[in-house]
Design a protein around this ligand. Structure first.
Ligand SMILES: [Mn+2]
Length: 319
C-alpha cells in the first residue's frame, strides 16, 4: 500500500502549507488534494501565519491551476492535518492543535520518523515527492495540465530556476512533465514586482562585506521571502563571499535568507545557529532561511540592532 493510499480511510482532510506558502508548498498540497478529491474525500488546502498570499506569480498560479488554497485563522473541522513542505512544530508552520498529523516534506528532518511522516531531504522539491506518490498510485499526472504546471513551477522555484537542479528524481519529474506551457513561461517571469526590483537594487548597493570572515550581510527593505532569496542568490556569486545573509523586517521580527558557497559553513547550519534561541532556521546545505523573533531579541539583546546581532553570531559561527 502506498503512502497516499493510507489516507483513504478518512472522510475529511486538511492539507496545510507553511506560512507565506511558496509555489512548491502549494503544488505539493494540490497534488495530495487532487488524489483525495478523486476518492471523494472532503479535502481542503489551508495556511496560516501573518498574511495572505500577495505575490503576483502565486496568485496567478492559484488561478490558472485552480488551486483552492485558503488563508485561515482557525483549523477547520478535520480528521487529519496533513502538512506539506514543512513539519509540525516548526516556526514557519502555523501551529494548529491537532492529534492526527501526517507530514510530507523535503527539508532536514525535525520530527521523529513515524509511519505518518515522509521526510526525505534528498529531494529538491516537495512536489517531486508528491509526484512520485501519485505515480505509485497509478495516477497520470501528465494528463492533468494544471497539476503538471504547478509541480514544474514548484520545482523551478525551489531550485533557483532549475540552476541548482541536480537530483535524479527531481530531474526525472522535470523531464516527464515538461511541455510547451505558455502559462508556465509567464509564471517564471512574474515573481518580482517593480518595487521588488528597486528594493533588491538598493539592498545590494549597500551590502556589507566582512573582510575577515568573508561573508556578505545585506539589509533589504520589507520584501517577500522570494525576493530575499533572489538577493541572496545574486550576492553569493561574489568570488570572495563564503556566505551571504540577506534579511528584511516582517511583523514578528526578521526574515533571513542564507546562501553558502563553502562546505565548511553549510547554509542550513548557519541559519540554525543565527536563529538559535531567538527564532527558527534551517533548510538546505546551500540555501536556507529562518525567522528571528522580535520578542526574543528584545529580551536577550535589548537595545541591539539586528545587524549587530547577526555580526556577533557570525564571529562565533565562522571561527
Ligand atoms: Mn519546498
Amino acid at each position: 500500500m502506498g503512502f497516499l493510499n493510507q489516507l483513504l480511510k478518512y472522510k475529511k482532510v486538511c492539507i496545510q502549507c507553511h506560512n507565506c506558502p511558496d509555489a512548491d508548498a502549494l503544488a505539493a498540497a494540490y497534488g495530495v488534494y487532487t488524489y483525495l478529491k478523486l476518492h471523494d474525500i472532503k479535502a481542503s488546502i489551508i495556511y496560516g501565519g501573518e498574511r495572505e498570499i500577495q505575490k503576483k506569480d502565486l496568485l496567478y498560479m492559484l488561478n490558472i491551476c485552480e488551486i483552492p488554497a485558503e488563508y485561515v485563522k482557525e483549523l477547520p473541522d478535520t480528521e487529519l492535518l496533513l502538512l506539506v513542505d514543512g513539519q509540525y512544530g516548526q516556526g514557519n508552520v502555523y501551529h494548529f492543535d491537532a492529534d492526527n498529523i501526517v507530514v510530507i516534506d523535503h527539508h532536514m528532518p525535525f520530527m521523529k520518523k513515524t509511519p505518518q511522516t515522509l521526510i526525505d531531504n534528498s529531494y529538491q522539491s516537495c512536489s517531486t515527492i508528491v509526484w512520485e506518490l501519485l505515480k505509485e498510485e497509478g495516477y497520470d499526472v501528465k494528463a492533468n495540465r494544471g497539476l503538471s504546471i504547478a509541480f514544474l513551477y514548484g520545482l523551478y522555484t525551489d531550485t533557483s530556476s532549475y540552476v541548482d537542479l541536480y537530483k535524479k528524481n527531481d530531474i526525472a519529474m522535470r523531464d516527464e512533465l515538461r511541455d510547451d506551457y505558455p502559462e508556465l513561461e509567464r509564471l517564471k517571469k512574474s515573481c518580482m514586482s517593480l518595487e521588488d526590483l528597486m528594493i533588491a537594487g538598493e539592498a545590494l548597493h549597500h551590502a556589507y562585506f566582512d573582510q575577515d570572515k568573508q561573508y556578505l550581510l545585506i539589509s533589504a527593505m520589507h520584501c517577500e521571502q522570494s525576493v530575499l532569496g533572489i538577493i541572496g542568490d545574486m550576492a553569493i556569486k561574489v568570488d570572495v563571499a563564503k556566505i551571504s545573509i540577506a534579511y528584511t523586517d516582517i511583523d514578528s521580527g526578521y526574515q533571513i535568507s542564507v546562501r553558502s558557497a563553502d562546505r565548511d559553513y553549510l547554509a542550513n547550519k548557519v541559519a540554525a545557529k543565527l536563529c538559535d534561541g531567538i527564532g527558527n532556521g534551517g533548510g538546505h546545505m546551500d540555501k536556507a532561511g529562518g525567522v528571528i523573533s522580535r520578542d526574543c531579541i528584545s529580551e536577550q539583546y535589548a537595545g541591539w540592532e539586528i545587524a549587530d546581532i547577526i555580526k556577533e553570531r557570525m564571529e562565533t559561527i565562522m571561527e
